[in-house]
Design a binder for this molecule. Structure first.
Ligand SMILES: *Cc1c(COP(=O)(O)O)cnc(C)c1O
Length: 458
């Protein structure tokens, strides 16, 4: 059953050779990768991944932020198997399907109030791309075709398509594509440990939000939307926001007549302790993108949620050409929707959010001792997302140079100790599946601590 790894050592070696020869890995320096022995995953169970040699690893970053209930979750397995016995895929271009209908209804019930329609796609970048195009086109339909620009934040990550990259604010990933990017209003983002205004929370009274206001005051006539990753900028290094900032951005967007697009691709589905990060501040965005955890980490599926008002701006006679001319081949894929539906049912049936609370508390406790390590600058956490920022000098906060690859080295140490994590520059994250148990969390935190010590205290 399935694709078992070959049994004899020669065949296993050949598989490793083939891994080097045929795959080009994302966000990976392949020259380096080719020199190392490739880690090939064979199977998973709960918070564990197993390689082709049978070696077990803790999945310390939820397979890069997607997995929620662990691997081989029975209810998810069953949902996909049951669906495949009916149909794997039919197009959503003008045709509905059962799991897509059920999922859309359930998603809207779970989402912040005001969101009323679900536009499906298949990954986070495309969900954001759709949000951008909808926001842009919405204003055209409203007769305000000058509103074409976006406000996005420094350190933002919204995906890898050109629209998402245009909104992005991470030098290392995005600057190379400068000639391809459309211009946006880039505003400094909250990152209290290294405040770009050199202020301290809460005495600053969220001066960083005033930067957004300045742009909106001057340019709102030309602005379609403000785009944010609510509560935490993930890819930039798990930069958590001071409380009140998101609420302020929502209020500013409303006051200046621009839309608010919330990118909940990473934060959605319990990761921050609430179903969606926007709930932390009682915020309802006008457009919201979800992906990663939508299927519990099983299948590529994404969605852009929109308010009724936005949706209605696209209605009209065909000859008015107000249609949203956008869609992907696998939009609304039944297998993905069946998994997503089962995912949302698990939240209800198993009280996933309730059960998170003690885990979140435990995580804070387990990570606390790391604060005293000589090269730990800051530990950040929201919900079950934690990250440790390594610094060369704790007093001056001088960062390690990127070339020193401290995060990468810590991750290598973690691998030796049986945990897979993926660093973000000098930041070492710990993002376990929500199903993690407290003893497993303790183990993860202790491996994290040992790995950090192994590379910083030499
Ligand atoms: C991962 C991510 C994306 C992109 O999603 P993909 O499915 O990888 O295209 C967009 N926004 C945020 C906040 C993300 O973390």
């Amino acid at each position: 059953m399935g694709q078992k790894p070959p049994k004899d050592p020669a065949a296993l070696r050949r598989m490793e050779e083939d891994a080097r020869q045929f795959i080009w890995h994302p966000f990976t320096q392949m020259a380096e990768w080719e020199k190392e022995r490739p880690l090939i995953i064979d199977r998973g169970k709960g918070v564990y991944l197993y390689d082709i040699h049978g070696k077990r690893y803790l999945d310390g970053v939820s397979s890069v932020w997607v997995n929620l209930h662990g691997h081989r979750k029975a209810a998810l397995d069953r949902a996909v198997k049951d669906q495949i016995n009916r149909i794997a895929h039919s197009t959503l271009l003008g045709l509905a399907n059962i799991p897509a209908v059920r999922l859309a209804k359930k998603l809207i019930r779970a989402a912040p109030p005001g969101l009323a329609k679900v536009f499906f796609s298949d990954n986070g970048s495309t969900a954001m791309e759709a949000a951008l195009k909808i926001a842009f086109q919405y204003w055209r339909h409203r007769g305000k075709s000058r509103k074409t620009k976006f406000v996005s934040l420094v350190n933002a990550y919204h995906g890898d398509t050109i629209g998402s990259v245009s909104l992005g604010g991470i030098e290392l990933f995005h600057d190379c594509y400068a000639p391809l990017r459309f211009p946006t209003h880039k505003v400094g983002a909250p990152y209290c440990y290294r405040c770009f205004l050199n202020k301290t929370y809460p005495e600053c009274r969220l001066a960083c939000a005033e930067e957004v206001e300045k742009v909106l005051t001057r340019h709102h006539d030309g602005i379609a939307a403000v785009v944010v990753e609510p509560m935490i900028q993930g890819a930039a290094g798990m930069l958590t926001w001071p409380s009140g900032y998101l609420r302020r951005i929502r209020d500013l967007a409303s006051r200046y007549g621009v839309l608010l697009i919330a990118d909940e691709v990473f934060t959605g589905f319990g990761r921050t302790g609430t179903m969606f990060a926007c709930e932390h501040e009682g915020v309802s965005p006008d457009l919201m993108a979800v992906a990663k955890g939508l299927t519990g980490g099983y299948l590529p599926l994404a969605a852009t949620l929109a308010t009724q008002e936005i949706y209605e701006a696209f209605l009209g006679e065909y000859r008015e050409f107000k249609t949203f001319f956008h869609g992907h081949s696998y939009t609304g894929n039944q297998l993905g929707c069946a998994a997503a539906l089962a995912n949302l049912e698990i939240f209800e049936k198993e009280n996933v959010l309730e059960k998170l609370r003690p885990k979140i508390e435990a995580m804070i406790r387990f990570l606390k001792p790391l604060k005293d390590y000589s090269h730990v600058g800051e530990i950040r956490q929201i919900g079950l997302i934690a990250a440790v920022e390594l610094v060369r000098d704790r007093v001056t906060k001088e960062p390690y140079p990127l070339e020193a690859r401290m995060g990468y080295r810590a991750a290598r140490e973690a691998l030796k100790r049986g945990m897979i994590i993926r660093p973000l520059g000098n930041v070492v994250p710990l993002i376990p599946p929500l199903s993690v148990t407290i003893p497993q969390l303790k183990k993860m935190a202790s491996i994290l601590g040992e790995s950090i010590r192994a590379v910083t205290e030499v």
